[in-house]
Write a new protein. Structure first.
Length: 119
C-alpha cells in the first residue's frame, strides 16, 4: 500500500518559517517527480511546487517563488518544502503528491497538513 505522510505543519506568525516533510512508503518515488499542492478554505486545490526525480529541476507557483524551496532525499524517499517569509494568504492544507510514472499526472496524495499563518 502506497502512503504519503506529511508532517511539519502548524501555526506561525507572518514572516515566520516552517518546513514540511513528506515521507513515502510502499513504493519508491526516486524515478518520478513529486510535488506540493495546497487548498485554502473555500478555494480550489492549487499547485505550489514540483521537483524532478533527481532534484535538478524545480518549478514554483508565482505566489511562492523566492520564498519556498522544494527539495528531496531519494535515499529517504522523502520530499520537503521549506517555507520562509510566510504570509496569511499561505494559510491552507498542504498536500504532498507523487507520480506513478513520469508521463502521468500525480497519482498518489497524502492526507494533508494544516499550515496557519497569523497576521
Amino acid at each position: 500500500q502506497v502512503q504519503l505522510v506529511e508532517s511539519g505543519g502548524g501555526l506561525v506568525q507572518a514572516g515566520g518559517s516552517l518546513r514540511l516533510s513528506c515521507a513515502a512508503s510502499g513504493r519508491t518515488f526516486s524515478s518520478v517527480s513529486m510535488g506540493w499542492f495546497r487548498q485554502a478554505p473555500g478555494k480550489e486545490r492549487e499547485f505550489v511546487a514540483t521537483i524532478s526525480w533527481r532534484g535538478g529541476s524545480t518549478y514554483y507557483a508565482d505566489s511562492v517563488k523566492g520564498r519556498f524551496t522544494i527539495s528531496r532525499d531519494n535515499a529517504k524517499n522523502t520530499v520537503y518544502l521549506q517555507m520562509n517569509s510566510l504570509k496569511p494568504e499561505d494559510t491552507a492544507v498542504y498536500y504532498c503528491a507523487g507520480k506513478g510514472s513520469p508521463d502521468r499526472w500525480y497519482d498518489y496524495w497524502g492526507q494533508g497538513t494544516q499550515v496557519t499563518v497569523s497576521s
